[in-house]
Ligand binder design. Structure first.
Ligand code: UD2
Length: 304
């Protein structure tokens, strides 16, 4: 049976992707340094192997890839703010680490590499909705690193015929995203606070919009991407953006009471509106019934 390597497989998106692949009957090897990923995120499964290692260590990356035919590369420094505060450390994981994965994949003859790119490559978007042809203008080291990943992947495709696809995730939410990290997504923060009977803080007027995509939908597209031959980049989004105020209304209707909301100034650099088309995604990887926001928030509230 062929083995699929997931770097960062013990993390938020990685662990859901591992579950999806195991459910499809694949053997999965997780490579993770457990700096933020957790063993408890992963099931016990006879087809699951777990290897501890760091993507900055080329030999360790190569060893973990041996015997695998496809790679899902998700291991990264994922915080925009940390990339601003410590750009060298961020680049060592997101550039050198990425290059280690590409180089090992080329040398080991990996048939397919899918990796996490990000909506952050678009920076402060001017014309919405975004699509894959929209101008890229990162406003953080993190966004720049992801853009350079896309360029390196395209180069390795043309130089060595390596089959690569970058997935530009929009606002992914769902269980296992650590709400206590200062970099946690707004929905994991909100649901965590509500579970503890606390109020919510909204930065700005709450009219900012995001395309919130449930993590299991992302795992589904990761799975499909690994078995497709589409190369380049794809925006991974539902195609529908919602305002924070409308999210708060939905949370109130699920809980049967309106959350207490405090307004605070919007942080500098905060994006007001974000929206993406997903025509290219569904044309390349197939149509999909996305988990509705109401349903996803219910599941997130219940996950505890
Ligand atoms: C996301 C990513 C960020 C970067 C960016 C690129 C996360 C956590 N952040 O930022 O790393 O990739 O996309 O476009 O994945 N907010 C509140 N109250 C809170 C927390 C947040 O009002 O307690 C607001 C925040 O100011 C923003 C919105 O909610 O307007 C969404 O915040 P976010 O951090 O979840 O996501 P985003 O899109 O700003």
């Amino acid at each position: 049976m062929e083995c699929i390597l997931i770097t960062g497989g013990a993390g938020f998106i990685g662990s859901h992707s591992a579950e999806r692949l195991l459910a499809a009957g694949q053997a999965v090897r997780v490579f993770d340094d457990f700096s933020s990923g957790r063993r408890a995120n992963l099931p016990s499964h006879p087809q699951l192997e777990i290897v501890t290692g760091d993507i900055r260590d080329l030999a360790a990356v190569e060893r973990s890839m041996a015997g695998c035919s496809r790679v899902l590369h998700l291991a990264a420094q994922v915080s925009v703010r940390a990339s601003v505060e410590a750009p060298c450390d961020s680049a060592s994981r997101n550039l050198t680490g990425f290059l280690n994965v590409l180089d090992a994949a080329r040398r080991l003859g990996i048939g397919r590499l899918v990796y996490a790119s990000s909506a952050a490559v678009y920076g402060q978007p001017r014309d919405l909705p975004l699509d894959e042809q929209s101008p890229v203008q990162p406003v953080s080291p993190y966004g720049l690193e992801k853009l350079i990943n896309d360029q390196y992947a395209a180069l390795f495709g043309s130089l060595y015929g390596l089959s690569c696809l970058g997935l530009r995730y929009f606002n992914v939410y769902g269980p296992r995203q650590d709400p206590h990290s200062p970099y946690a997504g707004v929905l994991s923060k909100f649901t965590d606070r509500l579970r503890q009977g606390q109020g919510l803080t909204v930065f700005g007027d709450g009219e900012q919009t995001r395309d919130f995509i449930y993590v299991k939908d992302v795992a589904e597209f990761n799975h499909r991407a690994l078995f497709s031959e589409h190369s380049g980049v794809l925006n991974v989004a539902t195609g529908h953006s919602r305002s924070l105020n409308s999210v708060i209304t939905v949370l109130g209707s699920i809980l049967g009471r309106a959350p207490e909301v405090t307004l605070a100034p919007r942080p500098e650099g905060d994006i007001v509106h974000s929206a993406s088309r997903n025509d290219a995604l569904t044309a390349a990887l197939g149509t999909h019934d996305f988990v509705a926001l109401e349903q996803g928030l219910r599941r997130l509230l219940e996950a505890g």
